[in-house]
Design a protein around this ligand. Structure first.
Ligand code: PLP
Length: 351
């Protein structure tokens, strides 16, 4: 791996006051090209522009997928990653589905650690803030023929994840648009999945909601995901979450919350969740909370769910609510404050 250091850091104290997610980029990025049938030597270099023409394949055919992860700073300045091997496995599942070459572990994981080590000063030390990590692979061949590209680029960039207060979200159940279908790419972090979600999300926003709850494409009667989060429903003392399928993104946060909830003695069932069952539970008072989870927010409770022309107002979040408790436990593991019984934290060593 080659390292080209930046001449002068762009880091200033203002960076840690950043309020917008994913807009303040650190000094370096990792770039690795795939050509002539193999991944070339990765280079860590100053973050900046890359050259391409309007014929770049990815712009036309969307052969592109990404990952989302975070680096956290503990009280003594140690920097941790959270279950990074899960993201490594997942980017290669996404890549395979999109006919892109798998990334070797040395490039993804060793490259990631070297990059975060080099830019460790960019990892905010404030609890609640972190350095967001965005690995991305896209097709780079200069060709507009509708076939898979022969060249690709893998980039890892990092940006400040601010500590934003998560107000409970109002979400709208999709009864027409769909995010994913059987045999499709819903389980992959494919760029096109997000491109396709902005329009229906925009319509929900016009109606006063923050996000869409995606339902099964065939009947729109089962909860699948909430925006770019996996979804959990608590009825009495049971947590329900939709089972992993080819329509559902296998979230690292989802998996971690299931294990954490079970460790707390909470019952978790992975089974299809019917919209009508949640509606009825809300009517009869057995619905306790509904939340979404993902790397960006960890966990966000919902305050209301819109369904056709009805709106279910959900119970208030209290000290008894599980969502905030689970979020706190996750965060404390991530920042190195609590013990790590599952071995999820990975220390970024100083080189
Ligand atoms: C990334 C993502 C998630 C959450 O996955 P994490 O690994 O927990 O960050 C859930 N759903 C969708 C659609 C996603 O893109």
């Amino acid at each position: 791996m080659r390292i080209e250091n930046i001449e002068k850091t762009r880091l200033t104290a203002d960076v840690f006051e950043e309020k917008n997610f994913g807009s303040s980029f650190s000094d370096h990025m990792l770039v690795c090209e795939f050509k002539e049938n193999e991944w070339q030597e990765p280079v860590i270099k100053p973050y900046g522009q890359i050259n391409f023409t309007p014929a770049m394949h990815a712009l036309h055919y969307g052969q592109a997928c990404f990952e989302g992860m975070k680096a956290f700073k503990g009280e003594n300045g140690d920097v941790f990653l959270f279950r990074p091997e899960k993201n490594f496995e997942r980017i290669n599942k996404s890549a395979e589905r999109l006919a892109m070459p798998a990334i070797p572990k040395e490039i993804f994981l060793d490259g990631l650690k070297a990059l975060i080590d080099l830019d460790r000063a960019w990892v905010p030390s404030k609890y609640g803030m972190s350095l967001y990590i965005r690995p991305v692979i896209f097709s780079t061949e200069e060709i507009i023929s509708a076939r898979g590209s022969n060249s690709f680029m893998f980039v890892i960039l990092t940006s400040i994840a601010p500590d934003y207060y998560n107000k409970p979200l109002r979400v709208k159940v999709a009864d027409h648009y769909s995010r994913a279908a059987n045999g499709g790419v819903g389980y992959a972090k494919a760029a096109g999945n997000y491109g396709a979600s902005f329009y229906p999300t925009g319509l929900a926003k016009e109606e006063g909601f923050d996000q869409v709850i995606w339902t099964d494409a065939a009947t729109h009667s089962y909860f699948e995901e909430a925006g770019t989060m996996n979804i959990f429903v608590r009825i009495e003392d049971k947590l329900l979450t939709a089972p992993i399928s080819d329509r559902i993104l296998n979230g690292v946060t989802r998996d971690s919350l299931i294990l954490l909830a079970e460790k707390n003695g909470m019952t978790v069932e992975q089974r299809p969740i019917e919209v009508s069952e949640v509606y009825e539970a809300n009517q009869n008072g057995s619905l306790k909370e509904v939340f979404g989870c993902g790397t960006a927010v960890v966990l966000n409770n919902f305050s209301a769910i819109g369904y056709t022309d009805k709106v279910m107002e959900l119970p208030e979040i209290t000290e008894e609510s599980w969502g905030p408790q689970l979020k706190k436990q996750m965060n404390e593991i991530q920042y190195g404050i609590a013990d790590d019984p599952f071995g999820w934290r990975v220390l970024v060593e100083r080189k």
